[in-house]
Design a protein around this ligand. Structure first.
Ligand code: B12
Ligand code: SF4
Length: 612
């Protein structure tokens, strides 16, 4: 790869470098005026991981491309013309309008949509977004199709772009894999990008203002790290939700973790209030991406966006995108109280996780009154040593206290994020997590094996210790979260393994290997999530969990008798009927006939269908 210059600021470079950089940019832009910018959101998953049947069940994520929406608005302020092509939404909508798989051609849809958008809009520059490493291959494909159809410069931005360019271990492989992208914007780039376009329209006469960008140069590549962070009023921008397609996203995919709580045909989208997080967990890239300190948007501008979503976009539920929604008690109370005062009437969830120490009675009471129906606490581990080593903001005491507070708000479906598989985590330490989670007794536990992600301290350390490789980042498929997950895909369900004795037959001071981690996952999923469902008595909890189990059993894991068993148990409690549903009994016979191993498994767990 070409040598590259890592420069803090263009103000600090030599005149030779300055000229090299300017000439490279002039060559790329050919003195052409930039006015029209086509912004593209690639599908979350490429063709190889896209599964038509899963898409039909609406389990794939279909989030508003909020970052592109914000960028678009900033460009419009400066009179640039923009057009937003949401390929993720388009591909999911095409699945729903196709009668069968043969009618659906993933690549043709992408090729045609990109070609049509370029032919009709005639952009001067194309901007791509990419948030997840999992989307890398999809981004690559989209960039190749663009280059076949257009000669204009192509820029990309988003968390995955930023993290890969900033990671010394990843950068080279990343850049040689994405040859059709000319410019890479780092961090939150609405200001840096619009400044860049202004500079290009002045033929780069003056490049002192270049910020947070990687440029493929003729002789040298340049990485300018200096940031132009959005602060104050710049944060109070309401993106154009009709451009992002907010009104119909949840018709064809999943928006957040709590959509199953809402009635069908209600529109859900996302909204952003705070940027950044007060913490710096070692497995998370938020600190390096957003920088230190939490920046907050004005309460009124967030309320205005909610009212616009309700009145003009027919939205009845939103998911906050924030990393640290409850940061600053005074501001949080003001936001929730104003939502009540201004009669917003839109329900909300915090799928992304909140910090346990902020879950107080005062906050949760205001949260419930303002429409909160679901939230997740970020806990990860119940072992104090692990919590310290991953720099998690919270102690076991905090987590248990937060869970106690949430017991007073049964209307809110309250969940927790747990992680397993930290490099120094023994069986005994995992047991600590299990015991704390049991004590907390939350509505559901999201259990995720550690996935070291680029540009995080844990990733860098694991690479140094030879515990993680730097190749294959394009192959990352997350273990849970979203329909691209491996669990519940039907083929090999770890719940079928004999997980019950995993902690009994092992030396607890040993660190589990990857196969054992999978079995631990099954143990935790069963004993923390399914098993406690039979003891629920609170009416809100029964109602929520009937809906949840219907979603899990009827949509996510149709051939899993464990989910079906608990759905039947809860439905019986809910309807107070003595009978179980006939069609469910037929379903279970079918599952056992197809796979007799399941009959043994459910029997060994004491799940007796004829005794429900
Ligand atoms: C909201 C969120 C979610 C939401 C939904 C995300 C969505 N698709 O909208 C939920 C809760 C579902 C979620 C789930 C997960 N998430 Co998440 N999530 C976030 C979070 C907190 C905020 C993202 C966001 O919307 N920010 C606000 C918008 C405005 O910012 P933006 O899109 O980044 O856009 C800005 C810039 O990137 C840039 N930009 C973007 N595009 C472009 C394009 C151009 C041309 C330019 C110039 C600039 C530019 O400018 C924009 C404006 O400032 C980030 C952390 C973070 N702070 O980024 C993690 C983050 C993205 N998530 C992460 C992870 C790991 C996950 C999960 C895998 C967790 C799990 N194990 O289940 C799942 C996977 C979901 C899936 N697809 O299967 C990681 C991703 C790391 C990676 N390399 O892949 C992050 C970075 C957090 C972390 N742990 O480090 N997540
Ligand atoms: S609390 Fe959440 S968002 Fe904040 S650093 Fe930790 S994992 Fe990242």
């Amino acid at each position: 790869m070409k040598k590259f210059e890592n420069i803090e600021s263009t103000k600090l470079i030599s005149s030779d470098q300055y000229n090299l950089l300017r000439n490279s940019l002039r060559k790329l832009f050919q003195n052409k005026k930039i006015n029209k910018i086509l912004l593209i959101n690639p599908p979350d998953g490429d063709q190889d991981i896209f599964n038509f049947e899963v898409a039909k069940t609406k389990r794939y994520t279909n989030f508003a491309p909020y970052g592109l929406g914000i960028i678009s608005k900033h460009l419009n302020f400066k009179h640039y013309e923009t057009n937003l092509l949401n390929l993720n939404d388009i591909i999911l909508k095409k699945v729903h309008s196709s009668h069968n798989k043969d009618e659906f051609d993933y690549k043709k849809i992408i090729n045609d949509e990109i070609k049509n958008a370029i032919d009709s809009f005639k952009p001067d520059l194309i901007g791509l977004t990419c948030m997840f490493s999992m989307t890398h291959k999809s981004l690559k494909y989209v960039s190749e199709v663009i280059k076949k159809n257009s000669n204009c410069p192509v820029a990309a931005g988003g968390v995955h772009i930023s993290n890969s360019i900033c990671s010394e271990d990843m950068r080279e492989g990343f850049l040689s894999d994405l040859k059709d992208i000319d410019l890479f914007f780092l961090f939150e780039a609405e200001l840096a990008f619009s400044e860049f376009l202004d500079l290009s329209n002045q033929n780069f006469d003056n490049i002192e203002l270049l910020k947070q960008v990687f440029i493929r140069g003729e002789e040298l590549n340049f990485l300018v790290k200096e940031r132009l962070r959005p602060e104050g009023d710049t944060l109070n921008v309401i993106p154009d939700h009709s451009e992002m397609g907010s009104m119909s996203l949840s018709e064809s995919g999943k928006v957040g973790n709590f959509g199953w709580l809402k009635e069908k045909n209600q529109n859900i989208t996302t909204i952003l209030s705070n940027r950044g997080c007060r913490a710096q967990c070692t497995f998370c890239s938020v600190r390096s991406f957003n920088g230190v300190k939490v920046r907050q948007r004005s309460v009124q501008s967030a309320i205005d966006e909610l009212l616009y979503l309700r009145d003009k976009q027919n939205i009845s539920h939103v998911m906050w995108l924030d990393d640290d929604l409850l940061y600053n008690t005074k501001r949080t109370m003001e936001l929730f109280n104003e939502m009540v005062k201004q009669d917003v009437g839109v329900t909300w969830d915090a799928s992304n996780g909140v910090i346990a120490a902020s879950v107080t009675d005062e906050i949760m009471s205001a949260a419930r009154d303002s429409g909160c129906i679901g939230l997740v606490i970020g806990m990860e581990s119940g072992n104090p040593e692990i919590l310290k080593s991953i720099k998690k903001p919270g102690t076991v005491k905090n987590f248990i206290k937060a869970a106690d507070v949430l017991k007073n708000y049964p209307e809110i479906n309250s969940r927790v994020f747990l992680m397993i598989g930290f490099p120094e985590e023994t069986f005994a330490k995992v047991l600590d997590t299990i015991n704390v989670a049991r004590e907390m007794n939350m509505d559901w536990n999201y259990i995720t094996p550690l996935q070291p992600l680029p540009n995080t301290p844990i990733f860098d350390k694991m690479v140094d210790d030879n515990l993680a490789g730097t190749e294959g980042f394009g192959d990352i498929k997350y273990f849970v979260g979203g329909g691209y997950a491996k669990i519940g895909s039907g083929k090999s369900n770890p719940l079928q393994d004999s997980f019950e004795t995993i902690f009994k037959k092992t030396n607890l001071d040993k660190i589990p290997n990857p196969d054992e981690t999978k079995i631990i996952w099954a143990f935790m999923n069963y004993y923390l999530n399914f098993d406690p469902l039979k003891n629920i008595t609170n009416k809100h909890k029964i109602e929520q969990n009937v809906k949840w189990m219907r979603y899990v059993s009827d949509i996510v894991a149709k051939n899993d008798p464990i989910a079906l068993y608990y759905k039947m148990v809860l439905e019986k409690k809910y309807s107070k009927s003595k009978q179980v549903n006939e069609s469910d009994m037929k379903r279970i016979d079918k599952i056992f006939n197809a796979d007799p191993q399941w009959l043994e498994k459910t029997k060994s767990l004491g799940l007796l269908f004829d005794k429900i």
